[in-house]
Write a protein that binds this ligand. Structure first.
Ligand code: GTP
Ligand code: MG
Length: 195
């Protein structure tokens, strides 16, 4: 998959605000602060089209990025931001669930996990839920620049084991860094495959 032109097409809270056309969509899912917006910027080769923040809970809407008038990349709010007020957490949960459950043109999911840590209970729940519903999925293991190169394979193996991945297609794990762009080509090719 090659990306030339990108723009922010729609910012949605309710389904009525999603783009009205039926282009295929790829959604980026993961806990708050894991690096979803940064990864989308890295894929698009844009510095700051998607808003990034060191504070968790930055993305609070569903943002649709138009990729060459052919595909939408969908940046979702993160889950598991413990310090968000309960009412906000519930609102984001409903927003994410409504999108994932009902969006017909959703063709694939990129689930983001921090390569430094074992998946959290919420990560495991999300992975299992997505796998159960049969979404084509790839896991991007973010922030690999924060590990020593010699540590990467060990961390990938731990995450693979925790997710219970054997050898099928749901098992694609791609170490990634938005800082160095490592993993970008492989992830783009895999997303192209989902589409
Ligand atoms: P929410 O919108 O709150 O759900 O967060 P998000 O998942 O969109 O995370 P975001 O892209 O805003 O990044 C969170 C923080 O992690 C920011 O400070 C980023 O600069 C940093 N970050 C993201 N990706 C990487 C990476 O690959 N390497 C390093 N070193 N930092 C990263
Ligand atoms: Mg974000």
């Amino acid at each position: 998959m090659k990306i030339i032109n990108t723009s922010l097409e729609a910012v949605a809270v309710e389904p009525e605000q999603y783009p009205a056309d039926i282009r295929p969509e790829v959604a980026f899912v993961g806990r708050s602060n894991v690096g979803k917006s940064s990864l989308i910027n890295a894929l698009m080769n844009r510095k700051a089209l998607a808003r990034v923040s060191g504070q968790p809970g930055k993305t609070r809407t569903i943002n649709f990025y138009n990729i060459d008038n052919a595909v939408y990349f969908v940046d979702l709010p993160g889950y598991g931001y413990a310090r968000a007020p309960k009412s906000e957490k519930e609102k984001w949960g409903v927003m994410i669930e409504k999108y994932l459950q009902n969006r017909e043109q959703l063709r694939g999911i990129v689930l983001l996990l921090d390569i430094r840590h074992p998946p959290s209970a919420l990560d495991l729940q999300m992975y299992e839920w997505l796998a159960y519903y049969g979404f084509p999925m790839v896991c991007a293991l973010t922030k690999m620049d924060k590990l020593k190169r010699s540590q990467v394979a060990k961390h990938v193996a731990i995450i693979r084991k925790d997710l219970g991945i054997t050898a099928d297609k749901q098992g694609v794990l791609i170490p990634f860094s938005s800082e160095t762009k490592q993993g970008r080509d492989e992830l783009l090719a895999t997303i192209g495959g989902l589409l």
